[in-house]
Design a binder for this molecule. Structure first.
Ligand SMILES: Cc1ncc(C[n+]2csc(CCOP(=O)(O)OP(=O)(O)O)c2C)c(N)n1
Ligand SMILES: *[C@@H]1O[C@H](CO)[C@@H](O)[C@H](O)[C@H]1NC(C)=O
Ligand SMILES: *[C@@H]1O[C@H](CO)[C@@H](O)[C@H](O)[C@H]1NC(C)=O
Ligand SMILES: *[C@@H]1O[C@H](CO)[C@@H](O)[C@H](O)[C@H]1NC(C)=O
Length: 580
């Protein structure tokens, strides 16, 4: 099925003769390139083929085909983590509804993913035509309505003349809010004539802080801190989403205050772990380095981009019980006061110049800090254990590593690791979609081929999105996948066990070899002992032409004690009886 520009009514915009060849698809392509998209993730379908041709024709955009739309949206989610913005292009309904899942992830993880869907020919609605890939009625606005719930701005282009305005509006909203947006382009409009875009600054120009609000918010911070003897900074995952300048500003503020800095689990890596004021991951009873003891001791808590949900508070058992100050991406709140339009980086920088230094929390932390644990290394022939995998994984981390940790015990194993300076840590704790890390790491590694991307994942999660390993093969990405095969959904066993937590075992190493096809360079290996893992890691290190999957077999009951503790409290929170 091919779209025809000639059936489109003449555009209301004045088009000069030389512009006649410039189309709606070209307009979108130009805007994507201008905001910094270099790779766009696609699955073709007849509603988006002309659009894909237009995007392909742009010299700065590289098309990346994905195996399915769930993976495509998750790959774009991972790409947005590396690149700051991403695009996912799918066909109507059968594609878009699957892509809503990665879009939901981008929403909850605060990433500007631009979801683009082809749509029905503009003539069909008024002719009451029933179309393929739809619910079978003639009102096909349902997809736009659904998209509104999982994006910050959803638009459907009704005619070419509206495309520039709607495309710009959606992309600007996404960039400002750090949330996904949705753009629906009818199949017969992608090739329709369109005016050329104006300056990109109109789309990308940030909204600066309101000066009065910024000053008032900083003044309020001084009031909040006055008389407090034990302030602590608690960093949450939205810090990074506010941009690298916010992360830098936080270091300045920490240096100026001299106080302890604890991180929420999903913020791991957003403050350097070798900074003298880093006191660990605050995660209630499963905290690292006794971070909970210093957070609970604090009399003032400067929360920066924090997310308090049932997971991060360990089933609501670790909600700070003192009045909090919360600096968010675009506002600041105190007990009793709220300031809108205060940008995080500006606020933290401003605060850094006004606060007074006092390191009393660090002096106290010096007393609370546990000694580093004794790490026992297994003998070469020893049966592989979770602890030994962690020990060897720790040895793989350096300044070039980007570690993806999947939902499951991989979260807990990852959180316990010490991140060397420069190492990156990626986790999807708000959305928590098992299988996320495979396509997300694929998207991320395309943008950051020079980094060493490692995925830590369980067998259950791997089965959800395994196809995308084939993409790592196709694009020769040297991603290392450490697959922990404990024969089932162990995290679920710890929350609530049942026969549904058992899964069919696969030969994972062999599966990856199958993805090799006749031309790939994938490596897959199964290891049972400590020595075999060491050897496999060495081989993965020297294999640069494609991915390496290392299937680590461990005993079914070998999981972290943190998972068991956390699972107990989350189960209790889930089981609260309905209020009468
Ligand atoms: C898409 C999706 N479906 C279901 C779940 C519920 N769930 C959470 S963890 C999990 C099992 C993970 O098992 P595995 O990857 O083997 O990790 P393990 O717990 O064994 O470490 C499931 C099914 C989910 N988070 N996401
Ligand atoms: C720092 O705080 C402690 C209390 O925690 C207080 O005793 C001390 O006087 C403060 N130091 C300065 C220089 O204000
Ligand atoms: C706290 O600050 C004082 C004075 O600046 C310094 O002597 C001391 O070493 C610091 N202690 C810690 C634990 O940072
Ligand atoms: C993958 O295919 C290549 C040839 O393209 C071959 O050299 C290699 O051994 C294969 N790898 C596996 C794991 O089968």
């Amino acid at each position: 099925m091919s779209a025809s520009a000639s059936t489109n009514p003449p555009s209301a915009n004045a088009l000069s003769a030389q512009d006649v060849k410039f189309t709606v698809g070209d307009y979108l392509a130009e805007r994507l390139a201008q905001v910094g998209v270099r790779h766009h993730f696609v699955v073709p379908g007849d509603y988006n083929l002309v659009l894909l041709d237009k995007l392909q024709a742009h010299p700065d955009l590289k098309e990346i085909g994905c195996a399915n739309e769930l993976n495509c949206s998750m790959a774009a989610e991972g790409y947005a983590r590396a690149n700051g913005v991403s695009a996912c292009v799918v066909t109507f309904s059968v594609g878009a509804i699957s892509a809503f899942n990665g879009t939901g992830s981008a929403y909850s993880e605060n990433l500007p993913l631009i979801l683009i869907s082809g749509g029905p020919n503009t003539n069909d609605a008024s002719q009451f035509n029933v179309l393929h890939h739809t619910l079978g009625g003639y009102d096909n606005t349902y997809q736009l309505e659904m998209a509104k719930k999982v994006t910050c701005c959803a638009v459907a282009v009704p005619r070419a003349a509206d495309a520039p305005r709607l495309i710009d509006r959606a992309i600007r909203a996404a960039l400002l809010a750090k949330k996904p947006c949705y753009i629906e382009i009818p199949t017969n409009l992608a090739g329709a004539a369109c005016v050329r875009p104006g300056p990109i600054s109109a789309v990308t120009e940030p909204v600066a802080s309101d000066k009065s609000a910024l000053e008032a918010a900083a003044k309020c911070a001084a009031d909040y801190l006055t008389g407090k003897l034990k302030p602590v900074i608690l960093v949450g995952p939205k810090l990074r989403r506010a941009g690298p300048e916010a992360e830098e500003a936080l270091i300045k503020l920490a240096d100026a205050l001299g106080c302890a800095v604890a991180l929420q689990p999903a913020a791991k890596g957003m403050f350097p772990e070798d900074h003298p004021q880093f006191v660990g991951i605050f995660w209630g009873q499963v905290s690292t380095d006794a971070a909970d003891s210093i957070v609970h001791w604090a009399d003032a808590l400067i929360c920066v981009g924090t997310v308090f949900n049932d997971y991060s508070t360990v089933g609501w058992t670790a909600v700070p019980d003192i009045p909090l100050m919360a600096a968010e991406m675009d506002h600041v709140t105190y007990p009793g006061a709220h300031f809108s339009r205060v940008r995080l980086a500006e606020f933290l920088n401003y605060l850094a110049t006004t606060v007074t230094y006092n390191n009393s929390t660090m002096v106290e932390y010096g007393r609370l800090k546990p000694d580093p644990p004794q790490i026992h290394s297994a003998a070469s022939g020893d049966q592989l254990t979770r602890k030994e995998i962690s020990r060897q994984l720790q040895g793989m981390l350096d300044s070039k590593t980007s570690l993806f940790v999947e939902t499951g015990d991989s979260w807990f194993n990852g959180i316990q690791l010490k991140l060397p300076p420069g190492a990156q840590f990626e986790i999807e704790m708000q959305w928590g979609h098992i299988g996320w890390s495979i396509p997300a790491a694929f998207g991320y590694a395309l943008r950051y081929p020079e980094r060493r991307t490692i995925v830590l994942i369980g067998d259950g999660s791997f089965q959800v999105t395994a196809q995308e390993v084939a993409q790592m093969v196709r694009f020769n990405l040297p991603i290392t996948i450490i697959l922990i095969n404990n024969r089932g959904y162990t995290i679920e066993v710890e929350i609530h066990d049942g026969s549904y937590n058992k899964i069919k075992n696969w030969d994972y190493a062999l599966l990856v070899q199958a993805f090799n096809g006749t031309d790939g360079q994938a490596k897959g290996v199964r290891v049972n002992t400590a020595g075999e893992l060491e050897e496999a890691i060495r081989a993965a290190d020297s294999h640069k032409a494609g991915p390496t999957l290392i299937e680590c077999t461990i005993h079914q009951d070998d999981c972290s004690k943190e998972l068991i503790t956390w699972g107990h409290y989350v189960a209790a929170a889930n089981a609260r009886p309905p209020r009468p």
